[in-house]
Design a protein around this ligand. Structure first.
Ligand SMILES: *Cc1c(COP(=O)(O)O)cnc(C)c1O
Length: 452
């Protein structure tokens, strides 16, 4: 097959939408055939265009199409693809050395990433960090640390939660299909309680915070016993489960309950962290200070890295050798994280996320007024969502969400869906996306809703 010579990626890539062929084009379809013969069926794709370059707010495919990116590879490339400081630091590091294993012979980059995590995460108490490869692995390790430090077994998680696809994190994840179906038996001592979900709270959004807190703490008391709970694990803004933002008061109340009962409060900020919601971390919004916080996705500009950060006395409760892994905190991934963090600080990407919200949220609210199928518009910063329902009800409409997403894809824009009921469109542009692409993306979305 003949490939079009790909343009150089990164921030210098022309920031424009351009359709050279239908989506996906002939060369992507050819590669997809090869994919079908070689890659397991269990891996699915939002949009099977094969990418050759990406940067800023666009992805370029093998057919020469340039697509607007409202997905950021699931909230990962917040600093943009191949961001300058990520590229230079990674290039330098990869030429210097690629791996020693931190448990065999350490290196400065790992320590520096931990220092940055300790500095940037909520709370000014003494902290320690440990690095891993994936979000799921970070969640697993946070649970290990909490159990070890408390000597307790039970883990409390929420409806609509997503914590990963390993055995323990599948047990912690709420949604069966596709994440858990046929993959059991699952890890034990995981207890699920209702999430403070304003749009679907039976007593209405105004009563959600107080009632949800009451239900959650009563269930923990009656069905688990506070003294048996090692940790409560919550995404401060839920990701895969539908971009559910708990009402103000719920997270501080939950943290206070945990504190009162010696329960480790773990914030899973793997999706919401690193400037995505307009603060460094979603917990910052209400000054909630978690005991442990898990990070991944946006941390390293696309390279695989994850972290657990928390109170020194909890983190250091584990004996030497009790935590680790061959690749965790790989030097190249650490170099990428330092470049990504430097970019976030230099370019004030938390502020950029707030500016994206200021552009998008009013447009989405206007769209909701004109569109009976939109039940709810929510989110913070550049983590925004539109929940689709059958008009006049709160009945989820996954088919409508899929139709809108498909229409956007065909027009040359990547958008993702999510939600326990599959009926939520989620918008996750890179924080470095330019205003013209953002506006054009919103126009495409408006057209897709109008065509519904
Ligand atoms: C994506 C995600 C995970 C899992 O991270 P992986 O790197 O895919 O293992 C865990 N928790 C949250 C909140 C996530 O969004």
């Amino acid at each position: 097959m003949t490939h079009i010579a790909p343009p150089a990626g990164g921030p210098s890539l022309p920031q424009r939408r351009h359709l050279a062929t239908e989506i996906p084009g002939p060369l992507s379809r050819e590669l997809f055939e090869r994919r079908q013969r070689s890659v397991a069926r269990g891996l699915s794709h939002v949009l099977p265009v094969f990418v050759t370059a990406a940067g800023g707010g666009v992805l370029v495919d093998v057919d020469g199409n340039s697509l607007i990116d409202f997905g950021s590879g699931i909230a990962v490339t917040s600093v943009g693809n191949s961001a300058d400081l990520v590229v230079t630091r990674v290039t330098d590091q990869v030429a210097q050395f690629t791996h020693t294993c931190f448990m065999v012979a350490p290196y400065e980059g790992y320590v520096e990433v931990c220092e940055q995590l300790n500095r940037l995460t909520p709370g000014d108490h003494e902290k320690r960090s440990a690095l891993f490869n994936s979000g799921a692995e970070a969640v697993e390790n946070a649970v290990k640390i909490a159990r070890h430090a408390t000597g307790r077994d039970a883990i409390v998680v929420f409806d609509h939660a997503y914590h990963g696809r390993t055995n323990l994190t599948m047990a912690m994840t709420a949604k069966n299909m596709p994440y858990k179906e046929g993959f059991g038996p699952f890890a034990g001592e995981v207890y699920r309680v209702p999430m403070a979900y304003p749009f679907r709270w039976p007593g209405g959004p105004a009563r959600c915070a107080a009632e949800a807190l009451d239900v959650v703490t009563s269930l923990i008391h009656a069905q688990v016993g506070e003294e048996n709970v090692a940790a409560v694990v919550i995404e401060p803004v839920q990701g895969e489960g539908g971009f559910i933002v708990p009402p103000d008061g719920f997270l501080p109340g939950l943290a206070e309950f945990c504190h009162r009962h010696g329960i480790v409060f773990i914030a899973d900020e793997i999706q919401s962290g690193f400037c995505r919601t307009g603060d460094w971390f979603a917990c910052d919004h209400e000054n909630v200070v978690p005991d442990l916080i898990t990070t991944a996705k946006g941390i390293a500009g696309g390279l695989p890295l994850a972290g657990v950060t928390g109170r020194a006395e909890l983190m250091d409760a584990v004996h030497p050798g009790g935590l680790g892994g061959t690749y965790g905190g790989n030097p190249v991934a650490c170099a990428a994280a330092l470049g990504a963090i430097e970019t976030m600080e230099k370019e004030d990407l938390a502020d950029a996320a707030r500016a994206i919200e200021a552009t998008m949220l009013p447009r989405l609210r206007t769209l909701a007024e004109a569109t009976p199928a939109i039940g709810d518009v929510r989110g913070r910063g550049a983590m925004l969502a539109v929940e689709l329902v059958r008009p006049g009800t709160t009945e989820p409409d996954a088919a409508a969400a899929a139709t809108v997403a498909k229409t956007c894809h065909a027009a040359g824009m990547i958008v993702l869906t999510c939600g326990t009921f599959g009926n939520v469109l989620r918008l996750l542009p890179p924080l470095v996306i330019g205003q013209p692409l953002l506006t054009e993306g919103l126009d495409i979305l408006a057209d897709a809703f109008a065509a519904l």
